[in-house]
Write a protein that binds this ligand. Sequence first.
Ligand code: EPZ
Length: 416
Amino acid sequence: MDKLCIEGGRALNGTITVSGSKNAALPILFGCILAQGTVRLSNVPRLRDISTTLKLLEILGCRTTFEGNEVTVRPEKIVPEAPYELVKTMRASVLCLGPLLALLGQAKVSLPGGCAIGARPVNLHLSALELMGAEFELDSGYIYGRCDKLKGAHITFDFPTVGGTENLLMAAALAQGETVLENSAREPEVVDLANFLNAMGAKITGQGTSIIRIQGVSSLTGTDYRVMPDRIEAGTYIVAGVITGGEVVIQDCPFQELDAVTYKLREMGVWLEEKDGCALVKRHGELVGVDLVTQPFPGFPTDMQAQLMTLMCLAKGTGVIEEKIFENRFMHVQELVRLGADIRLKGRTAVVRGVPKLVGAPVMASDLRASASLVLAGLAAQGKTEVLRIYHLDRGYENLEAKLAGVGARVWREKE
Ligand code: EPZ
């Protein structure tokens, strides 16, 4: 396994370009299964989860290519089974359920395991698909789904689930009649999927609001589509510029989609401006700790919680962070404490008291965004930090070392 070594204490200065969004590209890739024809995607990040998904699409009967950041997917003879070997490495594989049921009327998908941040059940996906006429059996770790022809339904989610909304958008695109999704997720990645499906001929309106309407159509064509930039990657690099006391320009930054994050950063005392599609970021004067609660979009995103916690470790005063989306998303806390942070946990609330400095040490990554927060801490800490098990990072950050080194960080990879 690799580890990432960071010589901290260097201010980052320069321009970082944001890659395509992992969490938009993944559902869009599964949406390609529905195409009668070839789909060409651009701005697809080169990440492990993307390669895993392309492998799964091949097993499901698609021909795929991946050159640079361009992907082509051509469905040929689609088969209904998504094997455990692949699904166990990536929970997002459950997003093939909706397309397989819509296209074939059957699906055999390994029940996605939990992960470090929580149990992550898919009950909301299944109960919504049942309202459209699907029947499910769970047997020896697999979800067996079948239906005649999915029928439009009026569905109200108990919780605005991102994956659940995405699965239902793809299922409803080819269903008979109209489907209404109430209390649906409003995340920008859900909007990107809906826009992609519409580019293939789907009839979806209301994406980005809590009520989405889908008029089923008989088939969808191939299309060309550019994946949106990754707002969480952008937010992570904004924090990298601030925590090191530098000045960075984040190119191709989805600024609007980061409102809740930029609001909190400004509340902490960060200077941020948008100019020609870029975010200009600099830190001047002392930062202060603030309170934040993670919520569904447009609230503060859970995927930025660990990164803001790291920044608060070096701010003046105290900040209280409440994680309301996942039950176990504080795995980074004890690792940050190893670097000298002062954080106390009480259930799903963390009280962060600012300290004057962090000191480098070996730390263990546990999940994608926790790993990112440890890299940010290492950039600001005095001395050398080693982040172990950085395969977690490779799932969500394209060319991380090169992007950081490009703005002056001293960061390199070693065998663990
Ligand atoms: C997506 O996960 C993202 N992953 C996550 O990003 C992100 O943190 C999450 O949305 C919330 O924004 C991808 O897009 C691939 P949910 P997803 O369904 O779809 C509960 C990252 O770091 N729930 O909105 O799994 C669930 O347990 C990853 O990039 C049910 O109880 O999120 C969780 O507590 C991490 N039953 C909450 O809802 C269900 O059927 C949010 O889940 C579905 C969800």
